[in-house]
Design a protein around this ligand. Structure first.
Ligand code: G3I
Length: 341
């Protein structure tokens, strides 16, 4: 009802103005109409959810597709929102041509690094001065706790060097941009230790890395308060900024594998789930406020429960409700929990 509507002149960005910018992932669809109004009222930072990934933005070696990315940056500039760029080097959403030569053979390390350099230079320079931070390398640590780096095509062809080079190319293209390593499950001790090891190595080698993005794809069951605190403290001890870059709170336990939806499985958003989720969000933001010295941004991975990647992952077709606004763009209990302090 209307009593749950926040005062139109106060948004998340205002409640948190003495703490950190509050951002949101957007696509070309959400920067017009009622979602655009909500974004302007609530947030002061945006991240393109998909538009700047290498596949969408660089579909052929000699062709870039700028339309969606430009629209998002223009929208942000017109409304005084900061922009976090996402992402320059990732194993997913890569274009078909990237790892292959004209004969369809895997390219050499020299060729791949030259392509990475040209890509990073072109994209970062285009938005120089308009994108304040970049997720330079995304998700390079393996899911298997026994392994270190992910066995991606980047790694198979370049070894660890692609990580170092990506940061160097980005820094050369825009020396003022804040450069992030971004990953998920960074609060789970076995992953946290390996992300820490990578970042320590990069810092010790003088690589221009300035921040770590904890994606924050969490749930009403995890992480614990202590896990979250330990992660922020440990990464901050390296002299890095910390940001929560892709926050959402699933109402289901996280499952390791994708699976089909069971025929009898309920995906109703019960009052009990809504309450648990509000309590979880409240705890997270209490911790974030405690670390305002190290935390330079918190970004939600979408605007409202109307659209979230969690409707298709890990159980396609099971509705999820992970955000602060419901499917009608109205604030939920979790919103009140986040702004009451
Ligand atoms: O644009 C095409 C469309 O043309 C096509 O018809 C349709 C059919 O499948 O696919 C559309 O592309 C989809 C794209 O989202 C845009 O909607 C891709 O299939 C789909 O895989 C892609 O998913 C994105 C995913 O990254 C890619 O792995 C999600 O929207 C996006 O939220 C998600 O974001 C990632 C972060 O970048 C990194 N961290 C994890 C996070 C969640 O997976």
């Amino acid at each position: 009802g209307s009593s749950r509507r926040p005062a139109a002149d106060k948004g998340l960005k205002d409640y948190y103005k003495d703490y950190f910018p509050v951002g949101v992932a957007v696509g070309p669809q959400s920067i017009k109409g009622p979602e655009a109004a909500l974004i302007k009222a609530q947030f002061n930072s945006v991240t393109p959810e998909n538009a700047m990934k290498m596949g969408p933005i660089h579909p052929e070696e000699n062709r870039y597709f700028w339309t969606d990315a430009d629209a998002i940056v223009d929208f942000a500039q017109a409304n005084k929102l900061r922009v976090r760029g996402h992402t320059l080097c990732w194993h997913e959403q890569t274009p078909k041509w990237l790892f292959k030569d004209a004969q369809g053979k895997q390219v050499s390390k020299d060729v791949l690094l030259a392509r990475l350099k040209s890509h990073i230079e072109t994209v970062v320079k285009r938005y120089k001065g308009r994108i304040y931070a970049w997720d330079v390398v995304n998700e390079a640590i393996d899911d298997n706790p026994q392994a270190f780096l992910r066995n991606s095509e980047w790694y198979q062809i370049c070894g660890e060097d692609f990580i170092v080079k990506a940061f160097e190319y980005a820094h050369a293209a825009d020396p003022k941009a804040v450069l992030f390593y971004n990953d998920y499950n960074t609060e789970r001790p076995e992953k946290r230790e390996r992300v820490y090891r990578l970042l320590k190595k990069l810092k010790d080698a003088g690589v221009p890395v300035h921040g770590v993005g904890l994606q924050g794809h969490w749930s009403i069951f995890e992480p614990t308060e202590q896990e979250l605190r330990t992660a922020i403290e440990q990464f901050a001890s390296l002299g890095l900024q910390v940001q929560i870059t892709e926050l959402d709170v699933s109402v289901y336990p996280w499952e390791k594998e994708r699976r089909a939806r069971r025929p009898d499985e309920s995906d109703a958003y019960t009052p009990e789930l809504e309450q648990k989720q509000a309590a979880q969000y409240q705890m997270f933001f209490r911790v974030f406020r405690d670390y305002k010295k190290h935390l330079t941004g918190v970004t939600f991975w979408n605007v409202s429960d109307k659209y979230t990647w969690l409707d298709t992952y890990p159980v396609p077709g099971r509705k999820n409700y992970p955000l602060l606004f419901d499917q009608n763009l109205q604030p939920k209990k979790a919103y009140q929990a986040v702004v009451k302090f």
